[in-house]
Design a protein around this ligand. Structure first.
Ligand SMILES: Cc1cc2nc3c(=O)[nH]c(=O)nc-3n(C[C@H](O)[C@H](O)[C@H](O)COP(=O)(O)OP(=O)(O)OC[C@H]3O[C@@H](n4cnc5c(N)ncnc54)[C@H](O)[C@@H]3O)c2cc1C
Length: 511
């Protein structure tokens, strides 16, 4: 039987996941990726002695107790990956030398919070109680919502029942509002800055629960090797990738997607088209806005995206292993990032936990400076390239100065400076407004995803962080898996998710 051909736009984690599962299920799959590497924002780059890692700080599903572990294991043998679990997730400091440590272990976290903010005892115990309760909450479903029947949904509700109280309490309140329920100023600040302040508090509770249970750790080597492992498995299953192949149109005939057109004019036809690229680009440009629904229009008009970033990486010729891996401290004076963005605090990641990113005795430091001022950076880069470069350097120098003030002995040890801006994000991944993670999850969106298909367009699916609201590698991976299931279902073929480790053993045995 001739294999059906699936064209997948984008080789980020969403595209790699959909492509892998479709290849496993017997499809002829080709990914079309505009850049020169696969992985999308799950990436890293080399600068001098250093590897600048952009993405993975924690990966949900590294531990076998996680409901995501089995899914990752279908894409790459997880036991082959060395995983590290940090003792301390973040250290939050104030101007007076006080600090609160957010330990990964919930018992230590509780002890630290109670010791530093005894006046918030009740609230602290409520929080740590919720963390413990959700430790084994199985998030990853096996089937997409579109393929679950009433009975399965009822079973799902029953499964959710014991967690309902905690969910209702923490899903409808933003982290920022939740923080304001505490009275100790430093603890308030700690909670507020755990993650994006607009996400529902449940996001923080769940993440801390998974960290505590060693279900979310750091894969040694970081982002690019992780993406590369998944790419290798995909290729070993017969999947193909065409790099430097930007898709500029989805070809539609009689309301069915029948192929794609690349920037150089090449036309490729297929039985299915999957977009795992940027959502706005897909709906408004590749499909020319012809297949929008009311829900999508409202989302794209009203909902918030994650900000973009000025992302600064510094290579320091110094062993910084005695410093916390992530620390936030107030700046002596405000730093202007761009005309709409001023910061008073710095969140600094010191990557001493991964020796593959710097030679012995040296350390990679990265700092994310969130900004929503994408138009400024884009226009600066295109219209004033010299000032664009000098602005990047101005920010980097101000950060080095701040690190010198806080830690000392840094400024004269900086060997590498690398600054990415919102414009860089869009240039390399096409991301709408340079957003670093797609749709922001808020109390309004909750965990609800956007649909994988468009009601009036046949032969087409979408996956990735513009469908999986809130983004993040596990949810993006799951959305790719779901699209593969939906395609198999539509074609009445079995969905075949192999366990990657078994495949490797089988491959080794194959003469
Ligand atoms: C700084 C940072 C830190 C993060 N930290 C974590 C973390 O610790 N843990 C975690 O789980 N998640 C983290 N994330 C989020 C996670 O990395 C993303 O949500 C996820 O990788 C998104 O995958 P995606 O495939 O949906 O999108 P992308 O990675 O954006 O991939 C889309 C791909 O499509 C390509 N493309 C777009 N348009 C076209 C086109 N027209 N033609 C051809 N190709 C196209 C792009 O080049 C890109 O390769 C982080 C992200 C960032 C940026």
């Amino acid at each position: 039987m001739e294999k059906k051909k699936v064209l997948v736009i984008g080789a980020g984690m969403g595209g790699l996941s959909a492509g892998s599962y479709l290849a496993m299920s017997g499809y002829d799959v080709e990914l079309f990726e505009m850049s020169r590497v696969a992985g999308g924002v799950c990436t890293a780059w080399h600068r001098g002695d250093f590897t600048v890692d952009l993405c993975i700080h924690w990966l949900v599903g590294t531990g076998s107790a996680s409901s995501f572990f089995d899914k990752w294991n279908e894409l790459t043998p997880m036991d082959d990956i060395e995983v590290g679990y940090l003792e301390e997730y973040i250290r939050m400091e104030d101007l007076h030398g006080n600090f609160i440590r957010v330990f990964s272990d919930v018992n230590r976290l509780e002890e630290e919070f109670l010791q530093k903010a005894p006046e918030d005892r009740q609230k602290i115990l409520e929080m740590t109680g919720a963390i413990r309760k959700l430790a084994h909450f199985p998030v990853a479903q096996s089937n997409p919502r579109e393929l679950t029947n009433l009975w399965e949904r009822a079973r799902e509700l029953i499964r959710m029942f014991p967690y309902m109280g905690v969910f209702q309490r923490f899903v409808s309140i933003s982290l920022a509002d939740y923080a304001s329920e505490f009275t100790n100023p430093l603890l308030q600040k700690t909670i507020f800055h755990l993650f994006e302040p607009d996400v529902p508090a449940i996001f923080a509770i769940l993440t801390l629960a998974w960290m505590s249970e060693h279900q979310a750790g750091y894969p040694k080597g970081g982002s690019l090797p992780f993406a590369q492992r998944i790419l290798d498995q995909y290729v070993s299953r017969g999947g193909k990738v065409r790099y430097e192949s930007k898709v500029t149109r989805i070809l539609v005939e009689a309301d069915r997607a029948v192929g794609i057109q690349l920037q150089d004019g090449t036309v490729v036809r297929g039985d299915w088209v999957v977009s795992a690229g940027d959502g706005h680009n897909t709906l408004f440009e590749l499909l020319e806005g012809k297949y929008l629904t009311k829900e999508l229009e409202t989302f794209y008009e009203k909902r918030h995206t994650f900000p973009s970033l000025v992302f600064v990486a510094l290579g320091v010729a110094k062993d910084l292993k005695d410093l916390p891996a992530l620390v936030q401290f107030p700046l002596g004076r405000s730093l202007i990032i761009d005309p709409e963005t001023i910061v008073d605090e710095l969140k600094v990641r010191i990557h001493h936990f991964d020796p593959t990113l710097a030679p012995p005795g040296k350390t990679l430091i990265t700092i994310n400076l969130p900004t929503y001022n994408f138009p400024y950076w884009e226009s600066l880069q295109t219209s004033e390239p010299v000032r664009y470069q000098s602005e990047k350097m101005r920010i980097a120098k101000a950060l080095i100065e701040a690190l010198e003030v806080r830690f000392g002995g840094i400024a004269d040890k900086v060997e590498m400076i690398d600054v990415a801006t919102p414009s860089t994000f869009t240039h390399f991944t096409n991301s709408w407004k340079g957003s670093f993670e797609g749709w922001l999850m808020t109390p309004e969106t909750g965990f609800r995803n956007l649909p994988h298909s468009l009601p009036r367009l046949k032969g087409f699916f979408m996956c990735g962080q513009w469908v999986a609201v809130g983004g993040g590698l596990p949810r993006v991976m799951l959305s790719g898996r779901e699209v593969a299931q939906l395609i198999c279902h539509a074609d009445r073929r079995p969905f075949i998710p192999h366990v990657a480790v078994q495949d490797q053993e089988q491959m080794a045995e194959t003469p």
